[in-house]
Design a protein around this ligand. Structure first.
Ligand code: ADP
Length: 203
């Protein structure tokens, strides 16, 4: 069917929106952030490269990525961040691209939830790109509610392309400053356009 990229800044509501789409469509959702975390935790080559090229303390005594250390490195050292991304992103991309091919000739949608879609110049690969956006203050509130410090949340936002720039390049824009019900109704509207009829709720 179609391969759709869903992007937007951190805390904009991408994952929530993908979940709503998944309730309305025959679809598989690929969570690029989750796969990136998997790759960091489980790929031996990645581990070696990260310790060597990004930060020797990137993994804790338990052998798992030290998210606190990595977050600090990423938001204080742009060169280290670029090295980390050069290690992780190609692997994540290879993973969703391979799966996407299978979906193009299936009856299901492949929804790729990918925060850095434009930053990694992936837009050409998708049949359609949907940007989920909201005001920066709403993003900050949502990110801080997850336990991230305000100044770190602001640094994360600064490191991403501004939402309005993403929105200007999108095929469709979903605005998520209102209620979850409002977001859900935008999901229904989008799915109606894709399918050509109003979707029934799926299990
Ligand atoms: P993203 O995937 O873009 O980082 P999420 O979908 O994980 O964002 O949403 C971030 C947080 O904000 C989650 O806790 C989610 O439940 C909440 N959230 C998202 N949209 C809304 C909304 N319209 N109203 C209230 N909370 C929301």
């Amino acid at each position: 069917m179609a391969v759709i990229g869903i992007t937007g800044g951190i805390g904009s509501g991408k994952s929530t929106f993908c979940g709503f789409l998944g309730e309305l469509l025959p679809a598989e959702i690929f969570d690029a952030d989750r796969v990136a975390r998997d790759v960091l935790a489980n790929d031996e080559e990645v581990r070696e490269a990260v310790v060597r090229d990004v930060c020797p303390q990137a993994y804790g005594g338990d052998g798992l990525p030290d998210r606190e250390v990595l977050r600090k490195v990423v938001f204080t050292d742009p060169a280290a961040r670029a090295r980390l991304e050069a290690i992780v992103h190609p692997r994540v991309r290879a993973s969703w691209r391979e799966k996407a091919e299978g979906f193009r000739c299936s009856g299901r949608y492949f929804l790729v939830d990918i925060p850095l879609l434009y930053e990694t110049r992936a837009e050409g690969f998708f049949d359609e790109v949907v940007v989920v956006g909201c005001a920066p203050e709403t993003q900050l509130e949502r990110v801080c509610a997850r336990g991230v410090e305000r100044d770190q949340a602001e640094a994360i936002l600064r490191a991403q392309l501004p939402t309005l720039e993403k929105a200007a390049r999108a095929d469709r824009v979903v605005w998520n400053d209102g209620s979850l019900e409002g977001l859900r109704s935008q999901a229904r509207e989008l799915v109606s356009r894709w399918l050509g009829f109003s979707p029934a709720e799926r299990e």
